[in-house]
Structures are given as structure tokens and as C-alpha cells.
Design a protein around this ligand. Structure first.
Ligand code: DHB
Ligand code: MG
Length: 222
């Protein structure tokens, strides 16, 4: 048995990625562009991007809300999954990131499906009523605000909306109730909310891979 090391998680991700996702020059270009611009390498992996893409297609979602665009890598996966008349609204706090994402998304040929809203998500979410209900919500932004974003997902969704929360494992720190990390505390709070709030029915899966030990939660709005 291989040892449970970061290098081996990455090797397994590379095998599975090349086997199940394959070559994708468009996404490679998008990643290269955001690396050149100095964005952090915290976007979803190819396998996780395709996981989101499949979830959108499996749920038949046409209107997707993403909180946390970064350079648009996950946005491209989401936009590819909605039908030609579908839409992805994605919220990004940093204008520079949004500019890179706009170019990446347009270069990927899905620009017409993607509406990037620049601003603090807490402010932008107040403006999206006319676009609701969203069928699918992907929460992948500042972890401190996860509970706020879950509340918005419930308000802007409908019964049957699928909600996905990224980064719920945090190298196992999720169990640490006295963690000094606000990201860990925000993530813990959001998992407790998913467990307690009657609007959601949720589960979570831990993952290992090229991004280390982490995980995703998925929830169905009741
Ligand atoms: C962080 C955020 C992410 O969305 C991610 O996928 C990994 C790490 C972070 O802020 O630490
Ligand atoms: Mg993330």
C-alpha cells in the first residue's frame, strides 16, 4: 500500500485526472493565465471541477450561483454544465481576479453564459433577487462568511436546489473547536448550520488529492 502522503495523493489525483478528465487545453490556458497573474493555487482540481460539472448536469440546473470566482476555473466547469440558455452568476470581491476570470471565461467560449458580479458577496447577494431562484449554488469564498452564504443560498434557492460548500476538511482541523483560524471556525459554523437548519438536508465527504486533505459538503434545499 502506498503511504498516505501529499505526494501520493497528488499522484493518485494525476492518474484519475488523466484517466477520467483527460487533456483540456482551454482549462490549462486559464490556469496558466491566473498563475502568471499571481493568483493563489486554491482553485478546484480538475477532478473536483468535473465533479461540480456532473452535479450540475445530474440536477438539471439551469441557473447557477457561484460565490468566489477567483480566476474563473471552477466557473468554466459550471458554465459548461448549464444549457445554452442557462446562466452562471459568479461573485468575486477582487476586481483584478474578476478581470482575469472574464478573459479566461470568454477564451473558454462560455462567456455568454457567465455574469461576473464584482464586490463583497455580502453586498452583491442583496441584489440578486430578480435572478432567483438558483438551482445550484457553489460556495467557495471567504470561509468566515460561510454561514451568511448558506443563508443566502436558502433564500435565493428553491426546494430541490443543490448547495455545495468547498473546503470542509481543512487538513483535519475541522474537528478543532479551539482552532485559532477564522477559516476553520467559519467552516465549522457552516457545517453545524447545515446539520441544524431545517432548510437543508446535507452530508459531507472528505477528500485527499492534489490539494491535500480537504472535502466538500453537499446539501439539498427542502
Ligand atoms: C482556501 C480557500 C479555498 O477556496 C480553497 O479551495 C483552499 C484554500 C483558503 O482560503 O485557505
Ligand atoms: Mg475552495
Amino acid at each position: 500500500m502506498a503511504e498516505a502522503t501529499r505526494a501520493n495523493f497528488t499522484a493518485a489525483d494525476e492518474f484519475l485526472g488523466s484517466t477520467l478528465v483527460g487533456e483540456d487545453p482551454v482549462l490549462d490556458r486559464a490556469l496558466a493565465a491566473q498563475r502568471r497573474a499571481g493568483l493563489p493555487d486554491i482553485e478546484v482540481t480538475p477532478l473536483a471541477g468535473k465533479f461540480l460539472n456532473l452535479l450540475v448536469r445530474m440536477s438539471g440546473a439551469r441557473r447557477v450561483l457561484e460565490i468566489g470566482t477567483l480566476g474563473g476555473y471552477s466557473t468554466i466547469w459550471l458554465a459548461r454544465a448549464v444549457p445554452a440558455d442557462g446562466q452562471v452568476v459568479t461573485i468575486e470581491a477582487e476586481q483584478m481576479n474578476a478581470d482575469i476570470a472574464r478573459k479566461n471565461i470568454d477564451d473558454a467560449g462560455v462567456g455568454e453564459k457567465v455574469d461576473i458580479r464584482v464586490g463583497r458577496a455580502a453586498d452583491v447577494l442583496l441584489t440578486l433577487d430578480s435572478l432567483a431562484p438558483f438551482d445550484f449554488v457553489f460556495i467557495d469564498a471567504d470561509k468566515e462568511s460561510n454561514t451568511l452564504y448558506l443563508d443566502w443560498a436558502a433564500r435565493l434557492g428553491r426546494a430541490g436546489t443543490v448547495v455545495v460548500v468547498d473546503n470542509i476538511g481543512r487538513d483535519g482541523e475541522i474537528v478543532n473547536s479551539s482552532s485559532g483560524s477564522s477559516k476553520v471556525q467559519g467552516t465549522r459554523d457552516s457545517m453545524e448550520m447545515l446539520g441544524r437548519d431545517p432548510r437543508f438536508d446535507a452530508t459531507a465527504l472528505q477528500t485527499v488529492g492534489a490539494k491535500g486533505w480537504d472535502g466538500v459538503a453537499i446539501a439539498l434545499l427542502k
